[in-house]
Design a binder for this molecule. Structure first.
Ligand code: F6R
Length: 647
């Protein structure tokens, strides 16, 4: 077992220190590898129980986190003969009220992802019932607990974690003594789970969940977390036990481990500030991280940091190894200063040694990959405009149609326009009238989460294409520089997408070979393992690797820059190129975002942030500018940030 620092009665166990973690945490490079590890532990438990002739009682979770675990268990069943005949399962929770057959029920989820594909006896499957009359729920919960106890308890409990620290649906404030019961869902959970439904109003307000006590009674607990869970993971394993973070109570379990990926580990002290937990290699990047963190924490510009500050912040080692505080300050200051440039494509006829981009060739062929039809303008609108205005040949490759994020009302509104347009100009409008009436009748009778007809999906895609084209025209691009890839992985009509396929890669390689870009910009949402952006990024990475391997010459001189999607920004110390925007450019970008009318106001699948996209973009760009200013650099109105990907 991995060593960890366990704090009991506020005393540190000195023998076990190499992190601040109070629960053993295993970090994997990808969710797939973490899931394979958990699946292997489950498989060996099932086999061991089989060998001694006992049933194996598993506690299971739903949500996006365990999907790859269930895929691996199904593979182990199909390819390696792992049998579930002696397995008894208890799911953590279920929405209330919700029929089990509903697409969004956890009963359906479990059947879709696991039970339908393995040899489990249906009588051994237990999921809390979300369809009982309210007066029967208490009895049902009691029986659920008793059944678990009568089987000798849960042998292994799988958990995910909510951004608010919930486990099961035990929201902040849940008692350590809680048992299986009906709970009311936290608003943040309803918002986070709204992606499973058409919109937030359809997310049930209540749920039935196993209690914290039920979970703590499991003999072994494995909590998994991927991607954007880093802040809550750090609080859970490094902070105090508190009912305000229900998962932190797992510190009191004697056989619990966290299985997480590198992104979810990013805020752990041993990863984020490794100099505080042991020796670290003082690379320029590590020094930049340590010094910027210290400056922001101390609320001091970098050049004002003193030897005393270094010692106070656990950076005495750095002084011993690298010398005077002032010299280190300067080194970091120059790194930050050199990342700022108004010339994202390189400055023509200028030799600036530490400029983030090379000067030659000039002008460059630049290809911006935009996962959805508005990511280009939202995430790098200022840079997009600068590249064009500075004479580069800018292309945009829109990767997906983005058609699920358009409301039905937009479809009938645009069809009305098409019918009216044809009528106005004496064009036969029988066909469009027919399409309009079909669409109206489908939409009028549409059930929750019913997949749109192919016609409606294509109209929704067309609406988004027109908006993207209008934005490109607004920036000044020629029609032939706008490329719609309509990648097939996205075209399920539902939130859950297909995995990346050969077709996606071939389409992307085709565009790359046609343009032969000197510069590529793409959404580097590395911490978004289930989202569209991550699949889009994986497709580009795979295409680039293949083109490089095939010996394409241009690729040796092609630089790839990653921007973050609408939700987050790069950590200040990671940024390698920061493009300033004047107040006027901020306004110009805002109007560019406004062109995406179908994404304004209440868009479907908005996520947990109720701000509109232009507001998020402006807040984020202004915040980056503020951080640079806080560190003692010039204060710009806004900055867009990029990190280079080396391949
Ligand atoms: C699921 C459950 C929840 C999820 C948590 C994380 O049965 O009880 O606690 O594990 O909300 O959800 P995802 O995995 O979708 O991030």
């Amino acid at each position: 077992m991995q060593k960890y620092a366990k704090m009991e009665n506020h005393k540190l166990n000195i023998d076990l220190i190499d992190s601040f973690e109070k629960i053993p945490v295993k970090i994997f490079t990808t969710p797939k590898l973490g899931s394979a590890y958990v699946a292997a532990e489950i498989a060996s438990l099932i086999k061991e129980k089989q060998r001694i002739g006992e049933p194996c009682v598993l506690g299971l979770a739903t949500g996006s986190t365990p999907i790859s675990l269930y895929a691996e268990l199904v593979r182990l069943h199909k390819e390696e003969g792992l049998s579930f005949q002696q397995v008894i399962t208890f799911n953590l929770d279920e929405y209330y009220p919700l029929e089990k057959e509903a697409l969004q029920s956890y009963w359906s989820f479990m059947h879709r992802h696991l039970f339908n594909h393995v040899d489990i006896d249906p009588a051994n499957i237990h999921v809390p019932k979300g369809e009982l009359p309210k007066e029967e729920v208490k009895k049902h919960c009691l029986a659920y607990e008793q059944l678990i106890d009568s089987l000798g308890g849960i042998d292994l409990q799988i958990l995910g974690i909510g951004n608010n620290g919930h486990i099961g649906f035990n929201e902040p404030g849940s008692s350590i003594f809680s048992k299986t019961r009906m709970v009311s869902l936290d608003n943040s959970t309803r918002i986070a789970n709204a992606y499973e439904f058409q919109n937030i109003s359809q997310v049930p307000r209540m749920a039935i969940t196993m209690g914290i006590n039920t979970i703590l009674k499991a003999k072994r607990v494995l909590l998994m977390a991927w991607g954007m869970k880093a802040p809550i993971i750090a609080k859970t394993v490094e902070g105090h036990v508190t009912e305000q973070i229900p998962a932190s109570i797992l510190q009191q379990h004697n056989d619990c481990s966290f299985i997480i990926d590198e992104n979810a580990a990013a805020e752990l002290t041993r990863i984020k500030s490794p100099w505080l937990t042991g020796e670290c290699e003082w690379t320029p990047q590590m020094i930049k991280r340590a010094v910027t963190q210290m400056a922001l924490k101390m609320n001091k510009p970098i050049l004002s940091l003193t030897t005393h500050d270094y010692n106070e912040n656990g950076l005495g080692d750095l002084l011993v190894e690298k010398g005077e505080a002032y010299d280190i300050n300067l080194q970091v200051y120059y790194l930050l200063r050199d990342s700022i440039t108004g010339w994202p494509g390189g400055k023509a006829d200028a030799v600036i040694p530490n400029h983030p981009e090379r000067t030659e060739p000039h002008p460059k062929r630049c290809l911006i990959f935009s996962p959805h039809p508005d990511d280009d303008i939202i995430s790098m609108g200022g840079t997009f405009m600068r590249l064009h205005d500075q004479g580069h040949e800018v292309h945009v490759g829109y990767q997906t149609s983005g058609n699920i994020a358009v409301t039905d009302e937009f479809v009938t509104r645009f069809l009305d326009f098409a019918v009216g347009f044809e009528e106005q100009f004496g064009i036969d409008n029988n066909k469009s009238q027919h399409i309009l009436s079909e669409a109206r009748s489908f939409i009028d009778h549409k059930k929750t989460n019913q997949i749109d007809t192919p016609e409606i999906r294509s109209i929704k895609g067309l609406i988004r294409r027109c908006e993207a084209k209008a934005t490109c025209r607004y920036v000044g691009l020629k029609e032939e520089n706008i490329h719609f890839l309509n990648l097939p992985f996205y075209e399920t009509g539902a939130v859950e997408k297909k995995p990346m396929s050969e077709a996606d890669i071939l389409i992307t390689m085709e565009l790359l070979k046609k343009i032969k870009p000197h510069q590529i910009f793409c959404a580097g949402d590395l911490a978004d393992p289930h989202g569209t952006h991550k699949v889009c990024l994986d497709i580009i990475f795979e295409s680039m690797h293949r083109l490089k391997a095939s010996g394409e010459k241009w690729i040796a001189d092609c630089w790839v820059w990653l921007y973050k999607g609408a939700w987050q920004e790069w950590d200040i110390a990671e940024i390698e190129m920061a493009i300033p925007m004047s107040p006027d450019q901020v306004m110009k970008k805002r109007f560019g975002i406004f062109i995406h009318q179908s994404q304004k106001d209440m868009v479907p699948f908005q996520g947990s942030d109720s701000r509109e996209f232009w507001q998020r973009a402006e807040d984020r760009n202004a915040n980056t500018a503020k951080l640079y200013a806080d560190l003692g650099l010039t204060k710009y109105a806004a900055l867009e940030a990029f990190v280079r990907w080396h391949y």
